[in-house]
Design a protein around this ligand. Structure first.
Ligand SMILES: *Cc1c(COP(=O)(O)O)cnc(C)c1O
Length: 328
């Protein structure tokens, strides 16, 4: 199905595959944001997903969609972030061997985190690109399968199951705020939610520092941007110059994209903790941050999708105690 377009039926098929394998996460009212914004505001707590992010949905769906023969050797990937965690867990659940390749520069706690989820670790070279070369070799020469983090029809359909849960939880939703990086999350969510609620607005939220999809939408084609350090580290990286699905989906489905400063993202993390009692990573806090910063104008019931919680706890502690010197 990779060359035909992705539809609502693919998302429903993903939901059936994922039943019992992922958490159907809660959507809760936010009294504090409701008071501030003058419309009902809800938080979709995908922070509570197994492995700490929504990436488990897409990875699990993509693995289950592969024929058993394709997984006979195993699956390999180079992500040390939320996609790597998700794929390691999904593979362990399916009884499939998983190798995560990473460079010698990846910190020990991240290495152990992925190993604890059941993956084998292969240390190669000194960069993410070196690790990817080894993944490509495992696929080419040893018959491993691989699952990319966003630009893949079954990954997008898996993330789209969040869109179904959101419109079921808040049927009269007017605005949905979704973190945006490669666009697998917002592509799937907007596809599903807008098919069921055509009037719903979907706005992507990225950081000012290195927003690849925002630049690619402006250019009308995938473009590269410089990758910069940001509190929303899960939103870093490009969309791929040979992008097949997510650029087109974002161009046709998004009502707007807004960009946040580092100080605004920090304020989102802080608010999530002190007003909502939620530990949220930078990427997961951008919907709240956009509301707090007044960068979006809700006209009716609004949902912020909190996409993940995997933040280094010493960094989190510094942010909530105001001890972070913020650029911008
Ligand atoms: C991957 C990720 C995103 C962005 O998802 P895309 O599909 O790349 O747009 C947002 N938040 C978290 C926590 C993530 O891990």
């Amino acid at each position: 199905m990779t060359e035909r377009s992705i539809g609502l039926e693919d998302v429903f098929r993903a939901r059936a595959r994922l039943a019992g394998r992922i958490v159907a996460t809660p959507t809760v009212a936010s009294p504090s944001l409701t008071a501030r914004c003058g419309v009902p505001v809800f938080l979709k707590l995908e922070t509570r997903q197994t492995t700490g992010s929504f990436k488990l949905r897409g990875a699990t769906n993509a693995l289950s969609a592969l024929p058993r023969e394709a997984l006979a050797t195993g699956v390999a990937a180079a992500s040390t972030g939320n996609h790597g965690r998700a794929l390691a867990h999904a593979a362990a659940q399916a009884g499939v061997r998983c190798i995560v390749c990473m460079s010698a520069l990846v910190p020990a706690n991240k290495v152990e985190g992925i190993r604890a989820l059941g993956a084998e670790i292969r240390i190669v070279g000194r960069s993410q690109d070196d690790a990817q070369v080894e993944v490509d070799r495992l696929v080419r020469e040893e018959g491993f399968a691989t699952v990319p983090p966003f630009d893949h029809a079954e990954v997008i359909a898996g993330q789209g199951t969040l869109g179904l849960e959101i419109v079921e939880a808040v049927p009269d939703a007017e605005l949905l705020l979704v973190p945006l990086s490669g666009g697998g999350l917002i592509g799937g969510v907007a596809l599903a939610a807008k098919a069921l609620r055509p009037g719903l607005r979907v706005i992507g939220v990225s950081m000012e520092r290195g927003a690849a999809m925002h630049a690619s939408l402006k250019a009308g084609r995938p473009v590269q941007v410089e990758e910069l350090e940001t509190l929303a580290d899960s939103l870093g990286g490009g969309i791929g110059l040979a992008n097949r699905h997510t650029h087109r989906l974002a161009a046709s489905l998004l009502d707007d994209v807004v960009l946040l400063t580092e100080a605004e993202i920090a304020a989102g993390i802080e608010h999530a903790y002190s007003a909502e009692q939620e530990i949220v990573e930078g990427a997961g806090a951008v919907g709240i941050a956009a509301l707090l910063a007044g960068k979006v104008t809700p006209r009716g019931p609004t949902i912020a999708l909190l996409s993940g919680r995997n933040i280094a706890m010493d960094l989190h502690r510094r942010i909530i105690t105001g001890g972070l010197p913020c650029p911008a």
